[in-house]
Ligand binder design. Structure first.
Ligand SMILES: Cc1ncc(COP(=O)(O)O)c(C=O)c1O
Length: 425
């Protein structure tokens, strides 16, 4: 039996209607190198979506590979309660130097959603232990996405993922993104009962790469201070240079109380995430054991040494190889290129760019007999060796920070050819 059929016999793929796979089976990838992955037939695909936005410095990056291999020969895993290891310590020492001033204690989890869960629980417990037990609710923005576990899904605002689960989700206070007045009203009305507001700083990625102003993020920071509400910055998708700054909070010059990191954290090598918190939050849990104030939360793979080795090497590479500076130069080139190619197409409603991320929002719908627009573009792009995974009607590019100009040319040209095949000018 061929690999794809063997896959379909047992595997239930994420975020997929498995019936689609009968007509368009999974692509069996055998190896990766830089921007590219290669299937079992040797066909090359340009991974312009960084494999769910996590591949940061190219597939099979030579330096990360050897850091992980080296770690593998000394320690693969150790329980992280009562034990520690050098790579976790090194990683935190490096991170604290580059994070916006504020978060300086690190709690390890093993994926983005679980970092959000930990952040929500920490904030709730902080208020309960500092004389504010009435603070039991969370605020989050419209168009938010924070992951798929029940707490994270409650904070998210995308019906596609949460509709069916509404009866079992938390009752989150929804704040309209970018509406300063309504945001002030929400804090005035609910600030007293709110532990934290969770935001994706500046860029709401899963909603279709929507961008809001730094001034709005600054406003949220001010309101959090006024009403004793924690600001949880979900930098899982925006961190590590994706928006042109190391962390998206830097666009607004603000610092959160809790920052969640994942994806680029390990260069996309290992499932690991962090909730970085302020000393003030940490102190509210610090007491004699008998007081019962500990954060009783754990994940088996917390602080996994292989993941920490990858994450520490990612930061070494940023330091040694001018990654941010080169990415920013390339970002200007890429956004100009995308605008030149796409802006005159009659179905392009808007083009949004930040860092190396570019999104093209389409106004069109296909007749229902022809199927879903995003999915049709995806299939056409795959035929042409490009991994585009539109978010609904939004085609986007979120490449590794090491992409070259020639690779950007290929991606923009191929995507445009696919678009006009599906939606002729
Ligand atoms: C902003 C944001 N938060 C949280 C998550 C969830 O991370 P994970 O898929 O690792 O659970 C994602 C994943 O795409 C994300 O984009």
């Amino acid at each position: 039996m061929r690999w794809a059929q063997r896959d379909l016999k047992y595997i239930w793929h994420p975020c997929s209607q498995m019936k689609d796979y009968e007509e368009f089976p999974p692509i069996v990838i055998e190896r990766g190198e830089g921007l590219y992955v290669y299937d079992t037939e040797g066909k090359q695909y340009a991974d312009i979506v960084s494999s769910w936005w996590c591949n940061l410095l190219g597939h099979c990056n030579r330096r990360i590979n050897s850091a992980v291999k080296k770690q593998l020969d000394s320690l693969e895993h150790v329980i992280f309660a009562n034990f520690t290891h050098k790579k976790a310590i090194e990683l935190c020492e490096k991170l604290v130097k580059i994070l916006p001033a504020g978060p300086e204690k690190f709690f390890f989890t093993d994926n983005g959603s679980s970092a959000i869960e930990a952040a929500m629980k920490m904030s709730f417990q902080y208020h309960a232990q500092t004389g504010n037990p009435q603070k039991k609710r969370f605020m989050a923005l419209t168009d938010a996405y924070h992951g798929e576990t029940l707490g994270a899904l409650s904070a998210g605002a995308m019906d596609l993922y949460s509709r069916i689960y509404k009866p079992v989700l938390l009752d989150v206070i929804r704040v309209p993104t970018s509406d300063f007045e309504k945001t002030e009203d929400a804090f005035a009305l609910h600030g007293h009962e709110t532990c934290a507001i969770i935001v994706e700083p500046i860029l709401q990625a899963a909603a279709g790469m929507k961008i809001y102003s730094p001034a709005y993020l600054k406003k949220i920071r001010e309101l959090c201070d006024k009403y004793n509400v924690h600001l949880i910055a979900d930098e899982i998708a925006t961190g590590y240079g994706r928006t042109g700054k190391m962390f998206a909070c830097e666009h607004a010059g603000i610092s959160p109380d809790i920052m969640c990191l994942s994806k680029g954290l390990t260069g996309g090598y290992m499932p690991m995430a962090l909730a970085a918190v302020t000393q003030k939050i940490y102190n509210a849990f610090y007491a004699d054991y008998s007081e019962g104030k500990s954060f009783m939360h754990s994940h088996t793979y917390s602080g996994n040494p292989l993941a920490c080795a990858a994450a520490a090497e990612v930061l070494n590479i940023f330091e040694d190889e001018n990654i941010l500076e080169t990415a920013q130069e390339n970002a200007d080139y890429f956004s100009r290129l995308i605008r030149e190619k796409f802006s005159s197409h009659p179905n392009v409603r808007e083009i949004r760019s930040i860092g190396l991320i570019n999104a093209i929002e389409l106004a069109a719908k296909l007749p229902s007999s022809e199927g879903r627009l995003g999915y049709c573009i995806y299939r056409e792009a795959i035929k042409n060796g490009l991994i585009l995974r539109p978010l609904g009607n939004v085609i986007y590019f979120n490449p590794p920070l090491t992409i070259t100009k020639a690779q950007m040319d290929f991606a923009a040209e191929t995507a445009y050819r696919c678009l006009i095949k599906i939606l002729p000018e």
